[in-house]
Write a new protein. Structure first.
Ligand SMILES: NC(=O)c1ccc[n+]([C@@H]2O[C@H](COP(=O)([O-])OP(=O)(O)OC[C@H]3O[C@@H](n4cnc5c(N)ncnc54)[C@H](OP(=O)(O)O)[C@@H]3O)[C@@H](O)[C@H]2O)c1
Length: 282
């Protein structure tokens, strides 16, 4: 049985959908924090059990009988993922698949990519065969940052750098291939990225073309942007975390466009323009 965590989230939910196309539902289990949110999967024959990385006893039950466990990363903190890796090992899983991040590196300027690097070390230390999917930066993250500008016409951000924004749907398909096709993806994968790298000036142009509205990219200092977020009620810790996306991207940490995802999917990965177009009101 393949167990997927985070199946009530965006990426985990799509991974389960792709698995359901590839294998019988009774060979799929999900480990979710709130089973009530997974009733639609239970109705289709998927095993639904409660599992939270913070509660190892429940996790043991959620991972029971697992041949493989796919751990969808949660918070940017290695501790909960270490608990999930240990639970998968204790359950006797023959392989662990983890959703890491392109540029995972202990010296990254972005806290999330530093945390993923630590989890990759935990995977290596577990002794269990593993695949660490180095997922490209989610295109939805850029869309979340862009969204206020769709109303105001001004995209006010610190200096950034190009990022190979990647569609959830493509990353979910890659995860399903990793789980079901032996030997396609083992160990730490290359960066699984979208087909082009775009900075926020490029994103503003695409958004303007799609909406027919003028959207101007305005660059402000790191401190001014962070102070603005805090003044709007964003907790200081989250404002610092968000700022690191910009400091890391302008150092080029997420700029790589790698052919690995295209080769794996056998088609061009989805362009940012198409992900954005699908989210805009018609
Ligand atoms: N590559 C990137 O650019 C990028 C960008 C943003 C985030 N991420 C990472 O990618 C992950 C998946 O993205 P997504 O869009 O699917 O995010 P999402 O919709 O927020 O899903 C995250 C999932 O993790 C689960 N989770 C959180 N804490 C947990 C815990 N302590 N124990 C067990 N499960 C826990 C959540 O459970 P509930 O459903 O109960 O909330 C949710 O299902 C994120 O969680 C984050 O680590 C990557």
């Amino acid at each position: 049985m393949i167990i997927v965590t985070g199946a009530t989230g965006q990426l985990g939910g799509l991974i389960v959908e792709r698995l359901l196309e590839r294998m019988p539902a009774d060979q799929i289990g999900v480990s979710v924090r709130d089973p009530d949110k997974a009733g639609h999967l239970r109705a289709r024959g998927v095993r639904v059990r409660r599992g939270d990385f913070g509660y190892p006893a429940a996790l043991a039950r959620a991972f029971e009988g697992a041949t493989q466990v796919l751990i969808v990363s949660g918070p940017a903190d290695p501790a909960p993922h270490r608990a999930a890796i240990e639970a998968a090992r204790a359950a006797g899983a023959g392989r662990i698949i983890y959703t890491s991040h392109m540029g995972a590196n202990r010296h990254s300027l972005f806290a999330a990519t530093r945390a993923h690097a630590e989890t990759e070390r935990d995977l290596q230390a577990s002794g269990v065969p593993f695949t660490s999917l180095r997922d490209g930066f989610h295109a939805t993250s850029a869309i979340g940052i862009l969204r206020p500008a769709l109303q105001t016409g001004e995209l006010i951000l610190p200096e950034d750098g190009p990022v190979s924004w990647t569609a959830h749907a493509d990353l979910a398909e890659a995860a399903a291939i990793a789980l079901t096709e032996d030997g396609r993806l083992d160990g730490i994968t290359p960066a699984l990225t979208g087909p082009e790298a775009l900075d926020f000036a490029g994103i503003a142009e695409i958004a303007a073309e799609l909406t027919g509205r003028r959207i101007t990219r305005v660059t402000v200092s790191d401190d001014a942007w962070k102070d603005h977020l805090i003044a709007q009620g964003t907790p200081e810790q989250f404002a610092s975390f968000a700022l690191e996306i910009f400091t890391a991207s302008r150092r080029g940490e997420f700029a790589a466009v790698d052919p690995a995802l295209k080769q794996l999917l056998g088609r061009e990965p989805t362009h940012f323009r198409d992900v954005l177009a699908a989210t805009l009101p018609r």
